[in-house]
Design a protein around this ligand. Structure first.
Ligand SMILES: [Zn+2]
Length: 381
């Protein structure tokens, strides 16, 4: 048993924090006592005096890339590492997220087919520190002429064999068979990597429909990278659970998103955008095109996200951390960006990252109590 005493408790609901203590038994909340109420039993508990610090539910990262190499502890110039280094570095990034207050992570794709699935097994069996993880496999990029550069795939693991609905079905089936829980598709391209690509659809409607059908059959969730309005619409219509970016959503896309507000999540992903704008690269690295694109994306999202919020969409923090200029471990910066760019209050941003995010990373609210694992984070709210 662990007793946190003398804490300022933020319960994730949005209610104002209150002073009190919390008793943890078998990783679950066994009791909460507010200041002035009788204190909780402490005879056989490890007592932690919080000295007035804030005690709150763990944060959820909705767009995690644990295998993307850079972190606040280690700068990696690029995306590729030798295999052994990649595996250990990914495990290290899992620990880094936990150290920075994130107790759940929903993957937006990995650099190895079974890397996150294996990592999750290690974490869940108690052998390694890391967040509760919804693991993914390689994100699927469609066959291209070679000019589309993804965030970094490993040649033999590309999963890109073939086009057409049947190839897509096979891909979803193979990810599920490996143990992936979410399957990632680049529904649109990415202009930061290839000019104009954000407005291009990477799959036909028939292919995305096949993905939706197979995901239901294989019991996996679909995750979509979607900037273009038509990419957002394809994702919404075919049962995608979470859509990233949604930058160029038009009126129809916004209406479609709104109609699915109870079972779909949007992660606008401001972290990577702000990091691109802030980056001061060395002279041999030219980020001028990326910066120009990031400014356009931000301008659109600053209008779109307050509208989606007003319509009741669940917008989740999570920002593509793992790039050299946007390292893993800096993830909580998304909360500040939700306040700065999307009109959230600090409390609303914390709610979005805790209770608001809970269902995206867990099978059901019943399985995991919102208060199952709390972290001490010194946020001033
Ligand atoms: Zn991503």
């Amino acid at each position: 048993m662990i007793l946190f005493t003398n804490a300022r408790i933020f319960d994730g609901s949005g209610a104002p924090p209150f002073s009190g203590e919390v008793l943890i038994k078998d990783n679950r909340i066994a009791g909460i006592s507010r200041a002035g109420e009788p204190s909780l039993p402490r005879a056989s508990a490890t007592v932690i005096d919080c000295a007035g610090a804030t005690l709150m539910p763990g944060l959820t990262e909705a767009h995690a890339h644990l295998s993307w190499p850079s972190s606040v502890e280690r700068f990696v110039p690029g995306m590729l590492l030798p295999a052994e280094d990649l595996v250990l570095n990914t495990a290290r990034n899992a620990r880094i997220l936990l150290d920075h207050g994130f107790t759940s992570a929903y993957s937006g794709g990995a650099l190895g087919k079974t890397l996150e699935i294996t990592l999750k097994a290690q974490i869940d069996s108690g052998g390694m520190p890391g967040p509760r993880l919804i693991p993914s496999s390689i994100e699927r990029e469609p066959p291209t002429d070679g000019t589309f550069v993804s965030s970094g795939s490993i040649a033999q693991d590309r999963h890109v064999d073939g086009t057409g609905p049947e190839a897509i079905r096979e891909f979803v089936k193979s990810c599920a068979a490996l143990g992936a829980k979410s399957v990632k598709f680049l529904l649109s391209g990415e202009s930061a990597l290839k000019p104009g690509a954000s407005m291009q659809l990477m799959y036909s409607p028939e292919e995305v429909k096949a993905a939706g059908e197979q995901a239901r059959e294989s019991n996996v969730w679909l995750t979509g990278h979607a900037h273009a309005a038509e990419a957002v619409k394809l994702g919404v219509r075919n049962g995608f659970r979470i859509l990233y970016h949604c930058t160029y959503s038009d009126a129809e896309a916004i209406d479609l998103l709104t109609a699915r507000k109870d079972d779909l999540f949007v992660a606008p992903t401001p972290g990577i955008v702000q990091a691109t704008l802030d980056a001061a690269p060395p002279p041999h690295v030219d980020m001028s095109h990326m910066k120009k694109d990031a400014a356009i994306v931000l301008e659109h999202q600053q209008k779109l996200m307050p509208e989606l919020k007003k319509r009741g969409l669940r917008l989740l923090p999570g920002g593509d951390y793992g790039f050299p200029f946007n390292p893993n471990g800096r993830n909580a910066r998304d909360l500040e960006l939700f306040v700065r760019h999307f009109g959230f209050t600090p409390t609303e941003a914390l709610v979005a990252a805790t209770i608001g995010s809970l269902t995206v990373a867990t099978v059901s609210l019943k399985k995991f109590s919102a208060f199952e694992i709390w972290t001490l984070v010194a946020f001033a709210i």
